[in-house]
Design a protein around this ligand. Structure first.
Ligand SMILES: [Ca+2]
Ligand SMILES: [Ca+2]
Ligand SMILES: [Ca+2]
Length: 371
């Protein structure tokens, strides 16, 4: 259902900002987002969650909403991801030093989720690389973070990693971005995993403390992390961490076709997070929280030589699900734990996590928040 641009909605939401500075930033930002939406003919939103003051105002916010509007990147990001060449291999060891990673598709620096622009003031920043083959989706993150935090029990299942530092992968297969049957995967500097499956936007949800989605789902992924710094040690200056993971296609049992074929496009987003906020590949621009699939970028799968790739190529419909696809048991996927690496395969609901840091709502988080 489309809803018209509403200046009143923008003002009402900006009024809710809890201090005058935030209110000014919110007004400017929301007006810019709405103006960009109106300039597309008043559309661009379907079943929109309340737009909010997501993200800090850009450094140039003093120049006024008009200038912000001209630079607002409303289009979702797109990325062509080539298949691993025959004979090429990726070793999941937390180092992106394989030749395949050097040639892999890169998202470029993540941006402020509210403005769509790079924002050096964000406490964490990152970039992701992607590869694929017939068995796996490979994801590599390089995250900048001056204070690496963790503190979860090392045997925790589906800990609430978003309360500290983590990377996040959101995947809505099939390319339509409709939030039906999408997946959330987080991997932390401790190499702990939170993974869950959702039927619809943020649903099901058990309550303020969860569970969040079908947490019993396991991606059956393999991951490794290397640190440029130390976790929970304030005596030194951290630089960040690297996450390397491979996710088996069979985990995506709700996808119409997995693995994809060259030419298929899936919707994905990538985040570097801290305290339930963070930087994103494709910005949300106030259209909801980090789960808003229509704001996820488009990942187009191409062959090793670029077959069926190209920004101008139409995305191929992945087609109907193969018979018996729903019977695939992602939870039983083998989970290979490398030395020093952990991969979630648990079916238990979320384990107790340390309490989240308290304080003012960070300006770089999605609004309404994911949790
Ligand atoms: Ca590696
Ligand atoms: Ca941090
Ligand atoms: Ca899980």
């Amino acid at each position: 259902m489309r809803r018209p641009c509403s200046q009143r909605r923008a003002v009402d939401e900006a009024r809710e900002a809890h201090d005058a500075g935030a209110r000014r930033r919110a007004l400017g930002l929301v007006a810019a987002v709405l103006a960009a939406s109106c300039s597309r003919g008043g559309g661009g939103e379907q079943d929109a969650a309340p737009a909010g003051a997501a993200g800090r105002a850009p450094a140039s916010s003093g120049a006024g909403a008009g200038q912000v509007q001209r630079r607002a990147p409303a289009a979702v990001k797109e990325l062509e991801v080539r298949k691993l060449s025959p004979g090429a291999a990726v070793t999941i060891d937390g180092r992106l030093d394989e030749p395949a990673w050097q040639a892999a598709a890169r998202t470029g620096p993540f941006v402020n989720v509210g403005t769509g622009r790079e924002d050096p003031s964000l406490p964490t920043q990152g970039e992701a690389r992607l590869l694929w083959d017939d068995g796996f989706l490979y994801v590599g993150f390089d995250v900048s973070d001056a204070t690496i935090t963790g503190g979860f029990p090392q045997d925790a299942r589906d800990p609430h990693l978003w309360e500290r530092d983590t990377v996040e992968v959101m995947i809505d297969p099939d390319g339509d971005g409709d939030n039906k049957d999408y997946y959330e995967i987080q991997i932390s500097p401790q190499n702990l995993v939170f993974d869950s499956r959702f039927d619809d936007y943020n649903a099901p949800r058990g309550g303020p403390s969860g569970p969040f989605g079908h947490q019993g789902w396991s991606a059956g992924l393999t991951s490794a992390v290397t640190l440029r710094g130390t976790i929970d040690d304030g005596s030194d200056q951290d630089r960040g961490y690297v996450v390397e993971a491979k996710i088996p296609w069979r985990a995506f049992a709700k996808a119409k076709a997995a693995p994809p074929s060259p030419g298929d496009a899936w919707r994905m987003n990538f985040y570097a997070m801290q305290n339930n906020g963070g930087a994103a590949w494709s910005p949300i621009l106030g259209e909801g929280n980090f789960h808003r699939a229509r704001r996820f970028g488009r990942v187009r799968f191409a062959g090793a030589g670029g077959e069926a790739g190209g920004a101008g190529a139409p995305a191929r419909d992945a087609g109907p699900a193969p018979a018996g696809a729903d019977a695939r048991d992602a939870g039983s996927a083998p989970s290979t734990a490398l030395p020093g690496a952990t991969s979630a395969a648990g079916e238990r609901p979320g384990a107790a996590a340390p309490s989240a840091p308290t304080g003012p709502k960070p300006g770089y988080r999605a609004d309404p928040p994911d949790r």
